[in-house]
Design a protein around this ligand. Sequence first.
Ligand SMILES: *Cc1c(COP(=O)(O)O)cnc(C)c1O
Length: 236
Amino acid sequence: MAPKPAPYDIDRLALAHSQIVDRIRTAEHQFGRNPGSVSLLAVSKRHSSTAIRALHGVGQRAFGENQAQEALEKMAELKHLDLDWHFIGPIQSNKTAQIAASFSWVHSVDRTKILNRLSSQRPTDLAPLQVCIQVKLGTEESKSGAAANDVAELITLGTELPNIQLRGLMALPPPSPDQATQRYWFRQLRELRDQLNAEGHSLDTLSMGMTNDLEAAVAEGATMVRIGTALFGPRP
Ligand SMILES: *Cc1c(COP(=O)(O)O)cnc(C)c1O
């Protein structure tokens, strides 16, 4: 009898990982970015601990999840591995304690109430929580993210709170197949970051770019790209 196919082909995952790292390095070179200035966040939502373990085996450490419960289960299964967990999904207030206790980064903070709760619930024996403010780009009502006008208040609060280290901005722009349009949205985020830094902040992170717009994001200054599909294949 033929063996049941493994749910994840470890060699295929390792190959996909090296191809994405190549795509990032090629884009850095093409757009005049310093080699190694863009880091890879592997978005493992909906994929198994087995797949995460395989990528850990080829050196990947940073993984992104967008549901607290799902992530906590994987963390428990993988607790012996040195992994950096990043929360990238919408945040409900009743999940902030779990998120503050288990993740090292949160990319998706878009309101002051959530930021205050994350700081007060961050266990003090852990390093400060690394935070990006998610900014709404475009006009779609459904998209989460802080309105551009509310970002300065969030940034100021983030720099004052004791258990938060404010790192930068994140966005999920309206999807477009066109690289010029993709770049247009990412440029809005970079210019907002530059403006905040000109006002005295020191934001070092732009979390932007996914499988379909990685190159545009690197061209516009991304420091962290969040890649799911190109690494793991389609989500089940
Ligand atoms: C799912 C997700 C990604 C990864 O998207 P892919 O297109 O699969 O690379 C990136 N960022 C966020 C916030 C996501 O929810």
